[in-house]
Design a protein around this ligand. Structure first.
Ligand code: BGC
Length: 417
């Protein structure tokens, strides 16, 4: 490839989430994993339920220093991880200081390695007490979440400047829990889906305001960490799919409607309440096309472990689409499930090429975080799909850096493709 340079200061890294890597959690997802209904369903599908129980996962709760050594070795300068709400507030209103201390150590471990922390406050899991109260359908949910968010931010704010409130709440989470109910679900149905989206949007706005307030006590311009000052930015991450064009009038109309509903739900009405957009882009979706006359039908290529259609150019289009909201964008996830590691290097480079193109065309992209640093617990898919730059042996917990990770590491080091 020719040299495609990224802007100075562009951030390079990878992402994880608490439940997927930490191990030893107790939340609504762990309850569901072990429920008789879930186990019976897996058996019916001929699957071994033990591959679908998060258990010790990657044991990153204990091995995070080793993980961050790897991230540093791979020249990464940003790392996204999430805080497990059920550890911080295991019972309603009881905040566990030991748990917050753990995350303080984790943030310090990143800073000591010259890696900027990007912290997600919620990545799909809830405390059991919260789920028992109706979870995101409870009208008090925004208040519960904001109280938790404030506690976390007050304890980490001197070291963290990049916050993400919710990960893929409006699309992936609401859909899997309320529409197709393939995830822990209490109260399926379109009305619950809409109610959940509304409550989560409310929770985000309340938390956004509360986090902003917390930083008011920090004198502006003060160096927050080791002489590094940073601007505090609070964002929200969504999963956007590329929706291909069709040649038929009414499918073009359907496509526009679907994109509004699917990709822009939060962004279009809440401009004052987010400082950046977190974009997770993985694949295209042909759903609303309703027509075989699809312009790019001949180029189909799939991520076999999860059956997603790979379309790197889609990255360019979703970035261009999002740029109309006039906020900086971080690519908070993009990655491929590829145990053999045959396709990963090309996948990363192809997508980065289209990120670069979007930047040339004026889109304000600030960083790229590959999903994921490690192979990990892939939600309802269990441990099978392997997205990691680093292979994890789940029996020994040994980490092995994949060849593609070194190739990505070169890009991170040189700031160019
Ligand atoms: C989620 C991750 C997940 C990844 C790959 C994203 O939707 O945020 O938690 O592991 O996709 O499936």
């Amino acid at each position: 490839m020719a040299n495609y340079r990224f802007p100075d200061g562009f951030k390079w890294g990878s992402a994880t989430s608490a439940h997927q890597v930490e191990g030893g959690n107790h939340n609504d997802w762990t309850e569901w994993e072990k429920s008789p209904a879930r186990i019976a369903q897996l058996k019916k599908e001929g699957k071994d339920p033990s591959g679908f129980i998060s258990g010790k996962a990657c044991d990153s709760y204990n091995r995070y220093e080793e993980d961050f050594d790897i991230a540093k070795k791979l020249n990464q300068n940003i790392h996204r991880f999430s805080i497990e709400w059920s550890r911080i507030e295991p019972e309603e209103g009881r905040f566990d200081f030991e748990a917050i201390k753990h995350y303080q150590c984790l943030v310090k471990a990143l800073r000591d390695r010259g890696i900027e922390p990007m912290v997600t406050l919620w990545h799909f899991t809830n405390p059991v007490w919260f789920a028992d109260k109706g979870g995101w359908l409870n009208s008090k949910a925004p208040g519960y979440f904001t109280r938790y968010a404030k506690y976390v931010v007050d304890n980490l704010k001197s070291e963290v400047g990049l916050w993400i409130t919710f990960n893929e709440a409006f699309t992936v989470y609401a859909g899997h829990t309320k529409l197709n109910a393939t995830w822990p679900s209490r109260g399926k149905g379109i009305f619950n889906f809409l109610k959940m989206r509304k409550n989560i949007a409310k929770a985000h706005i309340l938390a956004y305001q509360s986090i902003k307030d917390s930083y008011k006590n920090v004198p502006s311009g003060q160096a927050l960490h080791n002489g590094m000052s940073h601007n505090v930015m609070i964002g929200i991450t969504e999963n956007n799919v590329y929706v291909p064009d069709t040649k038929v009038f009414w499918t073009t109309w359907a496509r526009r409607k679907y994109k509004n509903f699917r990709n822009f739900y939060f962004f279009k009405d809440n401009a004052p309440y987010y400082d950046f957009i977190g974009l997770n882009y993985y694949h295209m979706s042909r759903k609303p096309a309703f027509s075989k006359k699809n312009e790019i039908v001949s180029k189909q290529e799939f991520m076999k472990e999860v059956n997603w259609e790979i379309y790197p150019e889609g990255m360019y289009h979703v970035l261009k689409d999002l740029s109309k909201f006039k906020k900086p964008i971080y690519i908070t996830e993009n990655g491929i499930a590829d145990e053999s590691d045959q396709l990963r290097e090309k996948f990363i480079k192809d997508h980065l090429y289209w990120v670069w193109r979007a930047i040339q065309d004026g889109v304000d992209v600030r960083g790229y975080l590959y999903w994921s640093l490690l192979d990990n617990f892939e939600w309802a898919e269990g441990f099978r799909p392997r997205f990691g730059l680093v292979e994890v042996d789940y029996a020994t917990l040994e980490r092995k850096i994949r060849p593609s990770a070194y190739e990505y590491g070169k890009i991170c080091l040189t700031n160019q493709l």
